[in-house]
Design a protein around this ligand. Structure first.
Ligand SMILES: Nc1nc2c(ncn2[C@@H]2O[C@H](COP(=O)(O)OP(=O)(O)OP(=O)(O)O)[C@@H](O)[C@H]2O)c(=O)[nH]1
Length: 547
């Protein structure tokens, strides 16, 4: 369970307090090191300069994060000054050293500026076990849209409430906030009272309502008006209910994916902890590794979507670590984002060329860090999904679903739990294509995919095995229970009102079920389910048969 925002806020404040204490303890040592430089007999002045440079480098990267951006900037200036000294053969002259010491002493009067505003969650993950059903509110002056959507959404388990008057809408949303509002916009001008209801619903921080608009014309002006209201979809009348349902499924799937996982590798314990809290605050999951040599263990168990890597660490640099990560094929696709107070652009570029995808310069505001990491993780997930998911249905592709069935068989063997494999095929699908065209056929396929995702558990494996053929694996399920579930889905599917060229039609499917024999391969188990499917077709279709 993610920690509450209040708890995270308290932890951030406690961390800032600890940072200040550490700074107060460190400061006399830093000043003493700077004073040693004044000793003209010091043989080891270069070592002192290097030690001081490391201190100011760390300070430059962390002070801003803990509410002292000016201290961070000045520490950066001192670090650069020390860097320049290392190029001098004899070291700097006494005036330059004295000036440096004065600056260090002045810095000890640092003050804390306003605390940063902590980022609000960018991502709300729903932790419920089952696929969620949506509460849909339809607002339309004519009651037909409400009726049509009620009928079309019912098989998917979504609840539709329809309102025709503004007062009715106001009362309904006061009792229950809808997940989705479908707004019929007969023209672009909306009454202010309606706009007010919309802005309240859409601005909700916890779970904003998603707005779909319905209009009579497709034009840039209509799209723009919809976007300005905050809509994420515009559907033309007569409404294609399957298209709306597909959008709803995508939205729900997006909200139900597990939180993004971010691995933070940074030897600065406090800074890493601060990043972890900020990332968690933004709704992601974060794990910290302070010792770079332990990073591979961190990777294995955590499976991150993004790796946030400090550049300067004592035992191993960020770019070195990034190259080690890239040795393994399985980590080739994970974005690596360097976090560093490095301002030398050539060194930044070198780090990127070796391995790595992006560079974040410290100090970075908490909001910017959260957004950058979130955007990277989102893109990485999308790409990973694209590689394994079928583009029409969003289900697992043939090879992946077979692989997952193999994993489930191995799990069932260990746990001794029952596992059911299902082959499912649309009935007389050739006729649908021939009568209504391939595009309508595609809509039928994606509706069935949506229904399967809707009705099955999160732990069930669902894949598109072939064109109009699906493969399912239902772990921890008896054959009898699986038959009841599949019969329920079959009945819901045949109730979906499809329409093409203004002609309504219905579709059915047949399914074959087999209890998995864990001594057999995935292919052998699929074969038995396939034989049961053949029986279902042979016995008249629109039925479920057991192997
Ligand atoms: N629209 C669409 N059609 C597809 C897709 N993949 C396969 N098909 C079609 O699905 C149909 C399958 O036809 P058949 O294997 O003869 O079976 P059927 O007509 O469903 O008959 P039964 O399975 O015996 O009930 C073919 O017409 C394929 O072109 C797809 O991605 N989209």
């Amino acid at each position: 369970m993610p920690a509450s925002p209040q708890h995270i806020q308290q932890q951030l404040e406690a961390l800032q307090h600890r940072y200040l204490k550490r700074l107060q303890q460190d400061w006399p040592e830093i000043t003493a090191m700077a004073s040693q430089l004044l000793d003209t007999n010091a043989q080891n002045w270069q070592d002192i300069v290097k030690g001081l440079k490391f201190r100011f480098h760390t300070l430059a990267g962390s002070a801003g994060t803990f509410g002292m951006p000016e201290l961070g900037q000045q520490a950066k200036a001192l670090e650069m000054e020390l860097d320049a000294w290392l190029d001098l053969k004899q070291g700097p002259d006494i005036e330059r050293k004295q000036h440096f010491l004065n600056m260090v002493q002045e810095l000890s009067n640092y003050s804390i500026s306003e605390p940063q505003t902590t980022p609000t969650p960018l991502f709300q993950s729903l932790d419920d076990e089952f696929t969620r059903k949506a509460q849909i509110l339809v607002f339309s002056k004519d009651g037909e849209l409400g009726k049509q959507l009620t009928k079309a959404m019912d098989p998917f388990g979504h609840q539709v409430v329809s309102c025709q008057q503004l007062e009715e809408l106001q009362k309904t949303v006061a009792v229950q906030k809808p997940d989705i509002l479908v707004l019929d916009m007969p023209h672009n001008r909306l009454p202010d009272a309606l706009k007010k209801v919309l802005s309240q619903l859409l601005a909700d921080e916890q779970q904003p309502t998603v707005l779909f608009t319905v209009g009579e014309k497709e034009s840039f002006t209509h799209y723009l008006a919809a976007v300005r209201l905050g809509a994420v979809g515009y559907f033309m009348k007569p409404v294609d209910a399957a298209a709306i349902e597909l959008r709803i499924q995508r939205l729900l799937a997006q909200r139900q994916q597990p939180r993004f996982r971010i691995l933070i590798v940074d030897d600065d314990v406090m800074l890493a902890e601060h990043y972890r809290l900020i990332i968690e605050q933004a709704g992601m999951e974060a794990k910290v590794v302070n010792d770079p040599t332990k990073m591979l263990i961190g990777l294995q168990g955590f499976q991150p979507d993004v790796i946030l890597l400090d550049v300067n660490m004592p035992d191993c640099t960020g770019p070195e670590l990034a190259q080690i990560i890239r040795f393994k094929d399985e980590w080739l696709g994970v974005p690596i984002v360097y976090l560093s107070s490095e301002t030398d652009s050539q060194r930044q570029l070198d780090a990127l060329v070796k391995a790595g995808d992006d560079f974040i310069s410290k100090p970075i505001t908490d909001q910017a860090l959260a957004v950058t990491v979130f955007a990277r993780a989102q893109r990485a997930r999308q790409l990973a999904e694209m590689m394994t998911r079928d583009s029409l249905t969003g289900l697992l592709q043939h090879a992946t679903v077979k692989e997952r069935l193999g994993d489930e068989i191995a799990k069932a063997k260990r746990s001794k739990q029952e596992l059911i494999v299902v082959m499912l095929d649309l009935d007389h699908f050739k006729r649908v294509n021939d009568q209504y065209g391939h595009l309508v056929g595609d809509q039928v396929i994606s509706s069935l995919a949506n229904l399967l995702q809707q009705k099955l558990r999160k732990t069930d494996v669902i894949g598109r095995y072939g064109g109009e053929e699906f493969l399912l694996a239902l772990p921890d399920c008896s054959l009898k229970k699986a038959k009841t579930i599949l019969d329920g889905i079959r009945e819901s599917f045949q109730a979906i009102p499809f329409s093409a060229q203004d002609k309504p039609f219905q579709c059915t499917f047949s399914a074959g079920l087999a209890r998995v024999d864990t001594s057999q391969s995935a292919d052998e188990n699929i074969d038995r389910a396939d034989q049961a499917l053949y029986q279902a077709k042979h016995n008249g279709r629109n039925r479920v048969e057991l192997a």
